[in-house]
Design a binder for this molecule. Sequence first.
Ligand code: FAD
Length: 299
Amino acid sequence: QPVIGAALPAHDLSVSFEFFPPKTEAMQAQLWDCIQRLEPLAPAFVSVTYGAGGSTRERTHETVARIRQETRLEPAAHLTCVAASRDEVDAVARAYWESGVRHIVALRGDPPEAGTRYAPHPEGYAFALDLVQGLRRVADFEISVAAYPEGHPEAPSLEADIDTLKRKIDAGATRAITQFFFDVDAYRRFMDRVAAANITVPIVPGILPVVGFATAKRFAGACGASVPAWMDELFDGLDNDPETRKLIAAALAVEQCRLLMADGVRDFHFYTLNRPDLVQAICHALGVRPQAAHGSHGA
Ligand code: FAD
């Protein structure tokens, strides 16, 4: 089993980072501090989420545009099918293409009100697969899609979920990014099913550093990720001790990544929550270091 300090080649690791579009001036400042801190790590791309129901359409666009203009980072714009007609979604995609954005993370999306059932827009793309097909008609985008190591909560079975993934890849997606997970064995079993389905594109594990354990558990409950009992013990007593919690969270994510690296994983996607500290520390421990050519933003 790999341990911290074991010599592992980091030069072939590739990382990417997810941000969400800020709502307020203060959040905007936090995001740009985060981007400046993480840019020197030369991620393969950075992605910007699309709020439920398209609620962040403009803010996602503005954030992606600013990343393109002010950094050397390659932005990927998330786009969903929710609450918009096919024409409206196509128009958003076309605007991205015209502004030079070449990478879309194509998703079905969730209903704007948590807990309600997803219903496609009457003139919209129903599922991510339909969106991938639509994007292929708009322009020659690089397309990433979502994958679920422990199954999507609405999928009738794990087999049906793999079938959905396979169809999204066959339609033109060239990468899948996974929902976060803490159970590395669940990811391994998922990768066995991926291989059995002859899916050969990179399936990039999505890593969520645990900023707050209660929040991480809530996220996990909503998206079908399991939280192993040992994590309750690990974070027990740390609710009011953010400093120790952060150290534990970094160690946990580093261990998770190292286990995955021992399996041959070389690409990691980090859910940053617009906070650089944990991601920076985890990348450092994995051997991902600032690259001179990437400098800080605007350089
Ligand atoms: P799909 O691949 O369409 O699958 C959705 C469900 O429908 C699955 O259960 C699937 O098995 C089923 N299904 C698929 N096709 C059919 C069919 N033809 N008939 C019946 N059932 C079918 N959400 C946002 O709102 N904004 C974001 O920016 C965002 N970013 C994300 C990034 C990543 C990396 C991940 C993993 C998720 C993200 N999400 C985001 C959440 C995502 O929108 C939800 O998980 C959503 O419920 C499913 O999206 P999908 O693209 O996986 O859908």
